[in-house]
Design a protein around this ligand. Structure first.
Ligand SMILES: Nc1nc2c(ncn2[C@@H]2O[C@H](COP(=O)(O)OP(=O)(O)O)[C@@H](O)[C@H]2O)c(=O)[nH]1
Ligand SMILES: [Mg+2]
Length: 286
């Protein structure tokens, strides 16, 4: 069979995680309109006839500002080693500029084929897409360029075929029913974090992390951590309205993942400066 690893590179927010989900045909990675939603490397596994494509969804390239973002950038760097190809994602709705060129320098020097996905072409005028394709193609000597919409699925099947063609002969790395390398607990914690991030603004999303304390037949207990009391107040909300809303949004997806009904018990806790706490980062797999 053809099998191998493709790292997904690009600036924060260009739609890397949404595209990985689309390529895998199901939700593997959480998504939000806030940068830094993806904090660790997550394998999304796309299985097909005679192939297994393992996509490494990654945090966006960034200048490290604290131990957390430092760990994130280290993950990105390490994940470029030993890949069969790179999927370089650009945002068609944004100016293709210095940030993209900076990443291009890295990915085009790896010595593996680079496939460019020009994402978010949904509802863009053909003329605008054509201009962006021209700008993107000036970046470097890419293997192929695919305009896609991770949101509508346009162009995704063609992109998947392209990536599969680049894979060498290899073993089946994961059982075919497996779609990610995260444990069930980690997937549940990510879903809780996604809803919390989607419902908050400004600095708060960056200060949020989540952890599953207990996963039983009928009960899931999870903690949402923030760094300060005022952030906790926001996450709890008036009379507990916010934390309830997080639960309302997360529970159906958790139940779909587990394949059973559960009671979701969410606690909001303060953990000062957890982003600078190496032990906490390790515990969270960051
Ligand atoms: N319109 C549109 N929005 C998209 C598309 N792909 C992703 N997005 C949105 O872009 C934002 C960032 O997506 P995400 O996958 O988290 O980006 P990442 O930071 O690169 O992983 C989210 O609000 C997505 O819903 C797309 O194809 N079209
Ligand atoms: Mg992401």
């Amino acid at each position: 069979m053809k099998s191998g690893f493709v790292a997904v590179a690009g600036r924060p927010n260009v739609g890397k995680s949404t595209l990985v989900n689309a390529l895998c045909g199901g939700k593997v990675a959480i998504v939000s309109d806030k940068p830094q939603t993806t904090r660790r490397r997550i394998f999304g596994i796309a299985n097909g006839d005679g192939h297994q494509l393992v996509l490494a969804d990654l945090p966006g390239f960034q200048r490290p500002r604290d131990p957390l973002t430092e760990h994130m950038q280290r993950t990105v760097d390490a994940s470029f080693e030993d890949v069969d190809a790179v999927l370089f994602v650009l945002d068609a709705r944004d100016r293709i500029g210095a940030g993209d060129r900076f990443i291009a320098q890295r990915v085009f020097s790896l010595g593996v084929p680079v496939v460019i996905a020009l994402n978010k072409v949904d509802r863009l005028k053909p003329g605008h897409i054509a201009t962006q394709i021209t700008t993107a193609s000036r970046l470097d000597d890419f293997h192929a360029l695919h305009p896609v919409s991770a949101k509508t699925g346009d162009g995704v099947a063609e992109l998947r075929r392209e990536l599969v063609q680049l894979l060498p002969e290899g073993p089946q790395y994961y059982p075919p029913e497996q779609r990610t390398d995260l444990s069930v607990e980690e997937q549940v914690a990510e879903l809780v974090r996604e809803k919390a991030i989607q419902l908050t603004r400004e600095e708060v999303p960056h200060a949020i992390t989540a952890e599953v304390e207990e996963l039983e037949e009928k009960v899931v207990r999870a903690s949402v951590y923030v760094e300060t009391d005022s952030q906790k107040q926001i996450l709890v909300g008036k009379g507990g309205a916010m934390v309830r809303e997080i639960g309302v949004r997360a529970r159906p997806e958790i139940e779909a993942l587990l394949g059973r009904h559960v009671f979701l018990d969410l606690q909001v806790k303060v953990r000062p400066k957890w982003r600078r706490d190496e032990r906490m980062l390790e515990r969270l797999g960051l």
